[in-house]
Structure formats: structure tokens, C-alpha cells
Design a protein around this ligand. Sequence first.
Ligand code: SIN
Ligand code: FE2
Length: 216
Amino acid sequence: MEPSATPASSPAAFAPPSGFRLLPGFLDAEAQRHMAAAILAVLEQAPGYHATMPKTGKPMSVAMSNAGRFGWYSDREQGYRYIERHPVTGRPWPAIPEPVLDVWRAAAGFGHEPECCLINLYRDAAKMGLHQDRDEADFSAPVVSISLGDEALFRLGGTTRRDPTRSFRLASGDVLVLGGASRLAFHGIDRVLPGTSRLIPGGGRINLTLRRVTRP
Ligand code: SIN
Ligand code: FE2
């Protein structure tokens, strides 16, 4: 066989949708520690919960909480949505910590503040299936995502479920921006690589996802 022959079944090449930006090492070690401490303080006020899938009621493996005016939530009865109070404590969500807002201001290129900081806590074998973020009223603002703790294999696709995907590692301190065409790109977490960071007490990974929810 010719070494240069292209197999007829070669998968379509992956090209990230425009508007996708990976900012590796955006936060240095000190900034990561500061942010992790601020998020652990939010979790004291607003403890993590396991949201459940619409219709099936299957609990997600990632524990979640939120800061900001709106929190992302899901349950069997009403599905994916934003709520203004913690589903267990009934209290409003804590404010988004200032260092987290600073990342949005520096990376989003959007003239309005985020309204939701979803906190995803990955312990053990937690992962997240391929999905789009589309529960917001307006997609003109980007999604800004911050990784803290253990490394993860992030999978990015296109704007339809059939598009080719590619996975790459996200490390603690990395920031991702999903803007423009990539705002509605499919994405997920294949798995977390345990023991690759000591940032989070008890191990694991925290992802912060910043979003606008309403139209400014
Ligand atoms: C998400 O899509 O909500 C989380 C992505 C991540 O954990 O990096
Ligand atoms: Fe997402």
C-alpha cells in the first residue's frame, strides 16, 4: 500500500467553528488558588447538587451550583432552565466573585456583565456528554469557561451533532471562549485525569461557565 494513500474512509477534517478561542495558562498558580478559594466559599453558601435529566430523571455525574442572578438547573419534570434560587436551600445565588468577573471582562469582548456562573464539580469518574448551551434568551454574548484543578479531555464539535469532533486537554488556569459561530458548538467532557493537580481539596476539577441569560 502506498504510504501516502488516503484511506477512502478517512473522517472529515476537524475545523473549530470561528469565534472559538483557547487561552492556555490565562490564570497563573496564585490566581488559580485565589479563585478556587472564592468558589469554595460560594459552595459553602450554595452547596452542590446533582441535577437530573429531563424526562428520564437520571442524575448527572457532575455536581453543580451557581453564582450570579440566575442559576442553571434541570429536573425530570421541567427540564433545562434558569432559576433565581438554590433548589435545596431556597436562597438567592451568591454573587459572582470579583476575580471571576475580571476574567469575563478581559476575555469576553462583550459590554455587559455575565448573569450566571455555573459551577461544575467533577469528582471521581464524572463527565459531561456532548451538548450545546442553548437555554439562554440571546446568543450574541459568548460563553467563557474557566478550568481549575485536574486536567480534562474536552471535546469540541461543530454546530450540528453530526459534525466531526476533536478532543484536547484543558489544564488548570486555561480559559475557553465560545463566541461567534462557536457559541452554539457541541462540546462536552470525555473524562477528567485524576491526580494531575492538587488545587481542589479532595481532588477533582472545577469548571466555571460564565453566561449572559437575558438580552441586554
Ligand atoms: C459545560 O459545558 O457546562 C462544562 C464544560 C467543562 O467542564 O469544561
Ligand atoms: Fe456547556
